[in-house]
Write a protein that binds this ligand. Structure first.
Ligand code: F6R
Length: 250
């Protein structure tokens, strides 16, 4: 489809540098008009190279993040933000503690709330995003289940930030991080498909052979069975692949 631009890189470092530069360009263009830049961010292996390059742009080229607001896609539940396995910790370690973003500008759902506080917290998260004028660029990885955020198969196009149950493929892929399936959380809080599709622009990244099947399915037909395929309905999506993840795409 015409609304999807696809770039295939020989070196994933080059793809990561391209994405980092896209984010830097947004940040700088917003600085020029005295406006905030609102980024939607992902965790996991996929965006690590992007964050590394953003840190380099900050340290070596003076890129400032003082006008940047971030909203992360998801957090495990239950999970203390201070736990070393939390996505809150991941973001500090891989990005936030290395740049000049004000801590109060970084947002991630809280995995430590009691059940009856979750709905209200999720609604406030949605409101905070819309009060800032919405997400300018949303970064996404993709799970082998077809999830974006933790919107697993069966998620609807109108879903918003909420508590979800992780599917088996997703929990199995997290075994090495958690040292055994029994330690992988069963649930998570995630932005919904609608929350993601409301972003003005979306950049989906996938690296490596293990993502080739799901990338082929994502670019097939739109279906709740492959939540990433909802991206085909968005007017402004860029897909960044390497030769391996693109190997089954036409
Ligand atoms: C992470 C997230 C997930 C990951 C996906 C891919 O915040 O929302 O959708 O992007 O599971 O994970 P990696 O990059 O580890 O292969």
């Amino acid at each position: 489809s015409d609304n999807i631009r696809m770039k295939i890189y020989e070196e994933k470092d080059h793809g990561s540098a391209y994405v980092a530069q896209r984010l830097a360009d947004l940040i700088i263009s917003k600085q020029k008009i005295g406006a905030p830049a609102v980024l939607g961010l992902a965790t996991g292996a996929t965006p690590k190279g992007v964050y590394k390059e953003l840190i380099r742009l900050h340290k070596d080229e003076g890129l400032s993040f003082r006008n940047v607001f971030t909203f992360n896609l998801d957090e495990y539940y239950p999970m203390l933000p201070t736990n070393e396995m939390s996505y809150a910790t991941f973001m500090k370690k891989h990005l936030f503690e290395h740049i000049d973003i004000p801590a109060e500008n970084t947002n991630i759902v809280d995995g430590s709330l009691s059940h009856h506080d979750i709905d209200n917290h999720c609604n406030l998260y949605e409101k905070k995003i819309s009060d800032l004028g919405g997400i300018d660029i949303q970064l996404l990885g993709i799970g082998r289940s077809g999830h974006i955020g933790f919107n697993e198969p069966g998620s609807t196009a109108n879903s918003v930030t909420r508590l979800v149950t992780l599917c088996d493929t997703t929990r199995k892929d997290a075994i090495s991080d958690f040292d055994g399936l029994e330690n992988v959380p069963v649930q998570a809080i995630t932005m919904g498909v609608k929350t993601i599709l409301d972003a003005k622009e979306i950049i989906l990244i996938a690296w490596g052979n293990k993502k080739s099947d799901i990338m082929q399915k994502t670019l097939g037909e739109i279906s709740a069975e492959v939540p990433a395929s909802y991206l085909l309905t968005h007017p402004n999506v860029e897909i960044i692949l390497d030769q391996d993840s693109a190997s089954l795409c036409k």
